[in-house]
Each structure stands twice: as structure tokens, then as C-alpha cells.
Write a protein that binds this ligand. Structure first.
Ligand code: RIB
Length: 302
């Protein structure tokens, strides 16, 4: 089995369950509030380890209680944390998440130590990237650090997967060059490609724009519908397993993790997509981020 390095964010999620999302200027009564380990990078690393992969987390937390809990939670499932900096006196990243009765969420993140991940930290952990075969990143750490890791990983001949979330406008074209897979959702792809609509044809066109910027494969996650793989050879739709969503938080992270894990085990791209879809179909039926990640036995019997 190949080794995977996840370079990215860790957040303590503050999750509010609410019957509906509040409108601007509106006050509504929520149902519950809970703290759950999250962060796109940490969710992906956690899921890879829980599903049986060999994974290293590179990122940063603070010495506050959230940082200690997040690090321990990763270690509990076997994530290697040698590359995880614990920064004295700094506050760990946080996410404030509202989940409505349809299982849809909206998220506000406060970067904390995720914003302090630097090129110097990457250099200190260069050996961990060198010994990995697959490198996964998201956009919750500084963009210039993500690009630095991407360049390094490409130079070292690694397979590079980027989950471009949170998506922002104006990312320079050179950022995308040479990435093996990006996995935006429909909203993220529309932002990255500067589109207003996202019907299937718009998604294909948006994905082709990303291919023209130098990405090799675009995997668009389309929520409960499925996902779309677009590369220079084909545009192929993979329907999702039909489930009743309870909370979609980290479903994309679980998909990315399952996809990368399956590739690390020598599966084809199609098989890896199918595995990621099964894992995320289970995750959406459970509450929270890392709390929703299934075991390998659960995915295999799905
Ligand atoms: O993808 C879900 C994650 O996004 C949450 O766990 C939250 O921390 C934010 O990073």
C-alpha cells in the first residue's frame, strides 16, 4: 500500500442544529450545539486512517484544549502526526457550522493556526512528503503554501490531489498547473471557473476551463446526484447511492479520502470513485465531521 500525506487544516467544529437556516436579520431558535473534531485536512486524514490507509498529517494546531483534542483524535485512528506542529500560545482553527433539517450545512471558518502554516514548516517536514506517494491538500491553509507543496510534490513525482475548498475567485492560473485531480463541488467549480449557472453542460465547460489551466482530471462532486469525472479523454457521470441525508458536513472530505485510499491500494480511477462514493454515502447519514466517517467493514458491505 502506498503512503499518503495530507497537508492542510484542522478545526474544532461548533455545530448548531437548526430547523432552517436563518435569513439575513432574522433570529431563530436552534435545537442543539456540539463541538466535533473537523477541518477539511484533518477529516481527510482521519477518514483515510479509519478506512485502513497509511497517512501522515502535516499542519498546525495551538496549545489550547481544541488543539490537544484534535491531535489525539487523529492519533486514535492511526494518523501519523509527526508533521503536525503544536504552536505555543496560538489558537487552533475553528469552524462554525449550521446544519438544517435537510442535512445541508453552511460553514464559517476562523483560520487560527491553519493560517500560520508556512513554507518553513513544509521544509521541516520535507522528508514526510518525500516518503509519501500521494499528497492531498485543500485551501484552508495559505494559498502560497499549498502551491509550494504542490510544486515540491510534482518535482518529487507524487500524485497530487487538491480539494479546492473554500473556493475563492482570482486564483492565478499557474496554481493549477500539473495537479493530477481537483475535487470541487458544483458551487466551488462555478466560483473557480467564474460561472453563474451550473447545469451539467456548465459543469463540463467549467471543468474544461480547469483542464486548460493545467489540471489533469476534474472530479466534480454533485451532492446526492453523483459526481462527474472530466479529463482530456472523457466526461463521465457516476450516479450516487441514494440515501436520506442527516448531515452533509465532511461528505466531500470522506469522498476525497476514500478515493485517495483506493488509489493508494492500486485501484483504478473508476474503482476509487466508486469506493469514495460508498464511504461518503454512509457519512451523510450521520452527524458531524469526523464522527460521521465509516469503517472499512461498513463501506465494504454498502
Ligand atoms: O468539509 C467540512 C469541514 O469544513 C468542517 O469539518 C469544517 O471544519 C470545515 O473545515
Amino acid at each position: 500500500m502506498q503512503k499518503i500525506a495530507v497537508v492542510g487544516s484542522l478545526n474544532m467544529d461548533c455545530v448548531i442544529e437548526t430547523p432552517a437556516m436563518p435569513k439575513a436579520g432574522e433570529t431563530i431558535a436552534g435545537r442543539s450545539v456540539a463541538q466535533v473534531p473537523g477541518g477539511k485536512g484533518a477529516n481527510q486524514a482521519y477518514a483515510i486512517a479509519k478506512l485502513g490507509g497509511d497517512v501522515q498529517m502535516i499542519g498546525a494546531v495551538g496549545t489550547d484544549s481544541c488543539g490537544i483534542i484534535l491531535k489525539k483524535n487523529l492519533e486514535c485512528v492511526g494518523v501519523r502526526t509527526e508533521g503536525l506542529a503544536v504552536l505555543e500560545g496560538e489558537s487552533t482553527g475553528q469552524a462554525f457550522i449550521t446544519v438544517d433539517d435537510q442535512g445541508e450545512n453552511s460553514i464559517i471558518i476562523i483560520a487560527g493556526t491553519n493560517g500560520l502554516v508556512s513554507k518553513e514548516m513544509i521544509e521541516e517536514n520535507r522528508h514526510l512528503i518525500e516518503e509519501s506517494d500521494i499528497v492531498i491538500m485543500q485551501l484552508e491553509i495559505p494559498l502560497e503554501v499549498v502551491e509550494y507543496v504542490k510544486e515540491l510534490a510534482i518535482e518529487l513525482g507524487k500524485l497530487v490531489i487538491v480539494d479546492p475548498a473554500p473556493a475563492v475567485e482570482g486564483i492565478p492560473d499557474h496554481f493549477w498547473k500539473g495537479i493530477d485531480f481537483i475535487k470541487p463541488n458544483e458551487t466551488e467549480l462555478a466560483i473557480l471557473a467564474g460561472q453563474e449557472k451550473n447545469g451539467l453542460e456548465d459543469l463540463k465547460e467549467g471543468a474544461e476551463q480547469m483542464l486548460n489551466k493545467g489540471v489533469k482530471n476534474v472530479l466534480v462532486s454533485m451532492g446526492g446526484e453523483g459526481c462527474l469525472l472530466v479529463n482530456k479523454k472523457e466526461a463521465r457521470f457516476f450516479p450516487a447511492h441514494k440515501v436520506k441525508p442527516v448531515d452533509t458536513t465532511a461528505a466531500g472530505d470522506c469522498f476525497t479520502a476514500g478515493f485517495a485510499l483506493a488509489l493508494s491500494q492500486g485501484k483504478t480511477c473508476e474503482e476509487a470513485i466508486a469506493f469514495g462514493q460508498k464511504a461518503s454515502a454512509i457519512a451523510v447519514t450521520r452527524k458531524g465531521a469526523q464522527t460521521s466517517i465509516p469503517t472499512i467493514e461498513e463501506v465494504e458491505s454498502c
